[in-house]
Ligand binder design. Structure first.
Ligand code: PLP
Length: 413
């Protein structure tokens, strides 16, 4: 037996990271056979066609021009007010609902999830998300001694499965009074699906119906990590207007992140934006989450907050950032289009991709298929029920032919 000094609840914690494992295998293969031979579809960041990590040029320019004191100094625990204003305004664009909103700076979108788990669920509670989900959701729940359950994202026609969501909500609310659902849309990781406006209507009907029981609290955490690569700015945010006139016992939390939208992944900057029809709930949101920030990481990255405020407050700079980002959105979409087209031709079934960094091919034995693909020097991430392809990171010329090889690997395992 190995010696353990960990507290009982912490014993056995170990994050097995499939993404890290797949990425390490790709790097090893590249070192052996040369980078040009290897397709590394494991990386969740934008790489250009030369496979170099992209920083939006204007973001880099503004960041490098910040006074050093704005980079090194502490920041208010709740976040710089100018940052919170910019983050809120950029999150909604022209789709601000009629409701009270309040915002607290967080360590990226991950920080939003952390605080939501901490402050809107009890120890032992179960949170809900779809069966295709970003793995760290579960780690964040487990680390906080909560559980994560799933509903089925797609029905047999590949549409949003409202019925499955509805039955899980009812099931969990029989056991607990507060339910947090994490919804990653638009441009969902790992499928690339975006809830349509009518999906949103059905989902909100379920929520409003459940909220008729005044003893229940329903919290929707909308993870918008990929929203800036999801299509036309206001079209892909139109659902936010629907957060008008919700019942008092429903709270919406937007997880705003600078990781993808501003290519500031490692700078750990984001914000949680609470939306409620009730002034007290909005005020409480600011108070309790600020308190948890103090207790978790103190303040976050001042330089990156100042960066967003600077970009937002200069129309020319903002327009330039949006233009550069649109070019990368186009690049990623063009890569995905190749895969989707070739998958159709090869009879390879994939989940509905609309936009975003990833697409997913369902598989019976994802690990076996991924291992088989290594023979073709293709590296992707095996999930529980499928294989995730990071189109954000693979140049078009390497995407070409990939779907056919995947179809073949599927047939052979
Ligand atoms: N949500 C999803 C679905 C993600 O894929 C990521 C990052 O990969 C995040 C949230 C959070 O990113 P960050 O904490 O860097 O903002």
């Amino acid at each position: 037996m190995t010696l353990s000094l960990a507290a009982p609840h912490a014993k056995g914690k170990f994050a097995t990271d499939k993404i890290f494992g797949a990425s390490a295998a790709a790097n090893k293969d590249a070192a052996q056979y040369g980078k040009d031979k290897v397709v590394n579809a494991t990386i969740g960041a934008i790489l250009d066609d030369k496979e170099a990590l992209v920083c939006l040029p204007t973001v880099e320019k503004v960041y490098r021009s910040l006074p050093i004191n704005e980079v090194i100094n502490y920041a208010p625990i709740a976040g710089l007010p100018e940052f919170l204003e910019a983050a809120t305004s950029l999150a909604f664009a022209d789709n601000r609902p009629e409701a009270y909103t309040s915002a607290v700076a967080t360590s990226g979108g991950s920080g939003v999830i952390h605080h939501t788990v901490a402050n809107y669920t009890e120890i032992g509670d179960t949170l809900l998300t779809s069966d295709w989900f970003w793995g760290p959701y579960k780690v964040l729940c487990q680390d906080a001694l909560r559980k994560l359950d799933t509903y089925t994202l797609f029905d047999e026609k590949q549409n949003f499965n409202t019925k499955s969501y509805e039955s899980k909500v009812a099931e969990l609310l029989r056991k607990q009074n507060s339910l947090v659902t994490i919804i990653n849309t638009p441009a969902h990781n790992p499928t690339g699906y975006s809830l349509s406006n009518s999906d949103w209507d059905s989902l909100l009907d379920v929520v409003k119906n459940a909220a008729k029981d005044q003893s229940k609290r329903l919290i929707l955490l909308v993870d918008i990590a990929y929203i800036d690569y999801a299509g036309e700015k206001n079209e892909c945010r139109a659902f936010m207007k629907k957060f008008t006139n919700l019942p008092d016992n429903v709270l919406i939390i937007l997880a705003f992140s600078m990781s993808k939208g501003y290519t500031m992944y490692g700078q750990r900057t984001g914000a949680m934006i609470g939306i409620s029809p009730n002034k007290d709930v909005a005020r409480e949101f600011a108070d309790i989450n600020q308190f948890t920030s103090r207790a978790t990481w103190s303040n976050i990255n001042r330089g990156c907050m100042r960066l967003l405020a600077t970009i937002y407050n200069d129309k020319t700079i903002m327009a330039q950032v949006e233009k550069e980002r649109a070019q990368y959105y186009g690049l990623i979409h063009a890569r995905a289009d190749i895969f989707v087209r070739e998958a159709k031709a090869a009879n390879l079934h994939m989940l509905p991709y609309i936009a975003g960094f990833f697409l997913t091919v369902p598989a019976k034995d994802p690990d076996a298929v991924c291992n088989k693909l290594h023979e073709d020097h293709i590296f992707a991430v095996p999930l529980g029920k499928g294989i995730r392809i990071a189109v954000c990171a693979v140049p078009s010329f390497k995407i070409t032919g990939m779907a056919a090889k995947m179809a073949q690997a599927m047939a052979e395992v």
